[in-house]
Design a protein around this ligand. Structure first.
Ligand SMILES: NC(=O)c1ccc[n+]([C@@H]2O[C@H](COP(=O)([O-])OP(=O)(O)OC[C@H]3O[C@@H](n4cnc5c(N)ncnc54)[C@H](OP(=O)(O)O)[C@@H]3O)[C@@H](O)[C@H]2O)c1
Length: 324
């Protein structure tokens, strides 16, 4: 099968299109013909060598799959050849989704939401699972609460806005001006231009000085260190960005705040819950751009660049007929 193989850490051109053996499903595993995948910042972080101790080269990276079951290993009961499926592969195992076929444990695979295309489903599995873990499992967001979602136009942020609205929350989000209409169309109640406004001032003004119940940090640095300033008493902060700098938490103590750090975990249950929201029309990933597998370097370079004009996700059409 064809796969984009990372042989050395480096720039976006570090991938090589190679012929590699098609994987064979073992007990409890499913072989999937990959129709689409998508790009996540984790992909370029791995590629440039941010996690050299966790990734063994040569590696196939890629962290989203939407495709069709081709074969199943002994003992698999939940899936059969021909089923449309979606999931996030195990991270850092060197057997990712930039390939024509992928093998995974049946426990992490879900039935693809029928109303989503493969490009859309591949744009939702990792970010959707992460947002579910952050807002529902960790922050335990409740009806009527308020949440600040940083980076609302990004892959994670645009799903977080929709999920928070589905949960009945009031949504504040930070974006650059050109993305304001996009996030309003997803349901954001208060849109803050992070280039022109101080988001803490804007939140305190809008909430009469109270602050928000939950801050969802998808940026890191200043957005984490200033979270207590924007937080209500007993508020929760969830960060999905790994930050090496020490943090001063004195102000968080004054707010009786709780902090959660999330690194996405796979399971079928989360995918099924996201699927239910998709079926009810409350959640739909936005595919902002599509590239072919052979053009993965272009897709990486685009996501990695600042102000790249992408709203939502960059999807990869592994099946060539999915790209015009
Ligand atoms: N821990 C986990 O499991 C996990 C899972 C998924 C993602 N992540 C991490 O979460 C981060 C976001 O991922 P993503 O997929 O959403 O990336 P993305 O699609 O590149 O989106 C990032 C968004 O942030 C915006 N942005 C940049 N600087 C900003 C600022 N100062 N304030 C507000 N918005 C800003 C960007 O838009 P403009 O530049 O156009 O303004 C873009 O829309 C990445 O660091 C990723 O590694 C972690």
């Amino acid at each position: 099968m064809k796969a984009m193989v990372l042989k050395s850490f480096g720039g976006s051109g570090s991938f090589e299109l190679c012929d590699v053996p098609k994987p064979v499903p073992q007990a409890g595993q499913v072989l999937v013909r990959v129709h689409a995948t998508s790009i996540n910042p984790l992909d370029y972080q791995v590629r440039r060598g941010d996690y050299p101790d966790l990734v063994q080269l040569p590696a196939i990276t890629g962290h989203d799959v939407s495709g069709v079951v081709e074969d199943v290993g002994p003992g698999v009961t939940a899936f059969a050849p021909g089923d449309e499926v979606w999931y996030t592969p195990q991270i850092f195992d060197g057997q990712g989704s930039y390939a024509e076929y992928h093998v995974a444990a049946e426990t992490i695979i879900g039935k693809k939401p029928p109303s989503l295309s493969h490009l859309e489903a591949a744009s939702l599995s990792l970010v959707g699972g992460t947002v579910w873990e952050a807002l529902i499992v960790r922050a335990a967001l409740r009806v009527g609460e308020s949440v600040l979602i940083h980076g609302g136009a990004g892959g994670v942020g645009h799903v977080a806005i929709q999920l928070a609205k589905a949960m009945g929350a009031r949504v504040f989000t930070t974006v650059r001006e050109t993305n304001a209409e996009f996030v309003r169309s997803l349901g954001a109640d208060v849109v803050i231009d992070y280039e022109k406004e101080d988001y803490v001032d804007a939140i305190l003004l809008e909430t009469g000085g109270r602050g928000v119940d939950v801050v969802f940090d998808t940026i890191g640095g200043n957005t984490l260190s200033r979270s207590p300033d924007a937080l209500a008493q007993l508020g929760r902060v969830v960060s999905i960005v790994d930050i090496a700098q020490p943090q001063n938490l004195v102000q968080a103590w004054g707010k009786n705040a709780s902090y959660h750090f999330v690194f996405t975990r796979q399971n079928r249950g989360k995918l099924d819950e996201l699927s239910a929201l998709v079926a009810r029309g409350q959640l739909r990933p936005h595919v902002g751009a599509v590239y072919s597998l052979a053009d993965i370097a272009l897709a990486h370079a685009r996501l990695e660049s600042l102000n790249n004009g992408v709203q939502g996700k960059i999807a990869i059409a592994v099946e060539p007929s999915l790209i015009a």
